[in-house]
Design a protein. Structure first.
Length: 248
């Protein structure tokens, strides 16, 4: 249960990263063991997605879904984006968020996303990163919001599905994003919808859930072709109206 959070929540950023094997780190191992390629310490960041939103005056607005990736849409062409660029992108977003008094929202960010980001910052000697390394940034990890006693932590897609939130990451033909970028953006959308569902449970009011989903759907529809891979979130699955009576 989410307790002690301000109402309205104010500015938030929902973060998700995608990783791949760091082949250079693998080469440096003095001893190779089966499965070492899957160790989190031996993975690099290839994509980072941030959904920015604001809850203010009883309403929600999704302002952006920004993603930076080292993988190009056309896999035959190398990307000009490097891992350092992805880290700098996340660092700047988190620094701006903290300066605005906002809240970082993740799913398993305490044990996965942030440790990997900080480790990779060290790998590239980014020791002065203001956002990534901030000890005072407000961080809400939704993994711990509804974890049952002795329960192994559920995957995001499992928790989202239990709330009736779609989580498939299907790429349409002629998609304008790579598969890794699509996965990261689907995950930040699902995490955002889990957040507004949890807020409605905590407040015992449906407003955050319906208004939050409506705001996300509006953003996706306005994104046009760029948001085709997120169409599963464009309308509420149950088709219920928002508190104002309009369709989601």
């Amino acid at each position: 249960m989410l307790t002690g959070l301000p109402t309205p929540l104010g500015r938030i950023c929902v973060l998700d990263i995608e990783t791949s094997i760091d082949t250079e780190a693998i080469k440096l191992l003095a001893e190779r063991r089966r499965g070492s390629e899957n160790a989190s310490a031996l993975r690099q960041v290839v994509s980072a997605s941030i959904l920015s939103a604001m809850e203010d005056d009883g309403n929600w607005e999704v302002t952006a879904i920004d993603t930076m990736s080292t993988i190009s849409i056309d896999h035959e062409q190398p990307s000009s984006t490097q891992e350092e660029d992805v880290l700098a992108f996340v660092d700047q977003q988190l620094a701006d968020l903290e300066a605005a008094g906002g809240v970082l929202v993740t799913y398993n960010g305490v044990a996965h996303d942030l440790p990997i980001l900080c480790r990779r910052a060290a790998r590239h000697r980014l020791f002065e990163a203001q956002g990534l390394l901030s000890p005072t940034l407000k961080h809400l990890d939704l993994l711990h919001a509804r974890l049952m006693p002795n329960e192994s932590w559920p995957k995001l897609k499992e928790l989202a599905a239990s709330f009736g939130i779609p989580v498939a990451a299907r790429l349409p033909r002629n998609a304008q994003v790579s598969a890794q970028q699509a996965k990261a953006e689907v995950d930040v959308c699902a995490t955002f919808l889990v957040l507004v569902c949890e807020l409605s449970l905590a407040r015992q009011k449906p407003d955050a859930f319906y208004l939050g989903w409506r705001a996300l759907g509006r953003y996706i529809r306005e994104a046009g072709k760029r948001g085709e891979h997120l169409q599963q979130f464009a309308r509420h699955m149950l088709g219920r109206p928002g508190p104002g009576g309009g369709p989601l």
